[in-house]
Design a protein around this ligand. Structure first.
Ligand code: DC
Length: 222
């Protein structure tokens, strides 16, 4: 029997995926891959190069020319773009929008999904994203789909930004961004955000992160 745990956590932005995925990976002593960070790094690359994030031809040329690496240091994921560690630069509202646009392009998705499968191959991983259970690892054993109201997600996103000293947006703006990203991430043709039939759905609007983590772990340990 294989001892490899592959755990997919999908859901919209702000549903608590990354905090939860980190908590579950720590509890199980396995690695955590944040796939959103990869699309964010592609978005940052386009911004840096002045490339329109919806221009598939220009983005395809950029993908050929750029170097994007996921590196784990003491279990923590770092994003390296053209040799520079950009991990601290990919959480701004501007990069969030660029990531949402660029992630709708099939050329980007194909490349990132290949890389994600390569990273996860033969190893235990918690992986979060939008298409992990539907596309990246459809055969993985544990599939979770997190949801939460847009308002609860906007409050969390705002608290996250503020905690990092970013006060560039107010609640209304964050909420508007979340609703715009949800629409774009769910309605795109290429691997939209969907819940697969065999995923366990958890609404995190009113349950705390620790409670949600324990709930997830109870499913895994069953
Ligand atoms: O989870 P996040 O907010 O960091 O993701 C950033 C963007 O990348 C988001 O708009 C959706 C997209 N994304 C995706 O299309 N597929 C994934 N597996 C992860 C993220």
């Amino acid at each position: 029997m294989s001892n490899i745990y592959q755990i997919a956590i999908d859901g919209p932005s702000g549903s608590g995926k990354s905090t939860l995925a980190k908590g579950v990976s720590q509890a199980l002593g396995i690695m955590y891959l944040d796939t959103g960070a990869m699309y964010r790094t592609c978005g940052l690359s386009a911004i840096k190069r002045g490339i329109e994030t919806k221009d598939e031809v220009a983005v395809a040329a950029m993908l050929e020319d750029m170097s994007l690496q996921v590196v784990f240091e003491d279990g923590t994921q770092h994003m390296i773009l053209d040799g520079e560690d950009v991990t601290g630069l990919i959480r701004t509202p501007e990069v969030s929008r660029a990531a949402s646009n660029i992630s709708s392009l099939p050329v980007v998705r194909t490349k990132m999904v290949d890389y994600q499968r390569q990273i996860a191959a033969g190893q235990s991983f918690v992986i979060d994203g939008r298409d992990i259970a539907s596309k990246v690892l459809p055969d993985c054993k544990y599939k979770f789909f997190l949801t939460a109201s847009s308002e609860a997600r906007a409050e969390r996103r705002l608290a996250e930004l503020n905690a990092k000293g970013d006060f560039s947006q107010n609640y209304e703006e964050v909420l508007k961004d979340i609703i715009w990203r949800d629409k774009q991430d769910s309605e795109r043709a290429a691997s939209p955000l969907i819940k697969v039939d065999d995923a366990i759905e958890i609404d995190t609007s009113s349950i705390g992160i620790e409670e949600t983590r324990d709930l997830l772990l109870s499913y895994i340990k069953e």
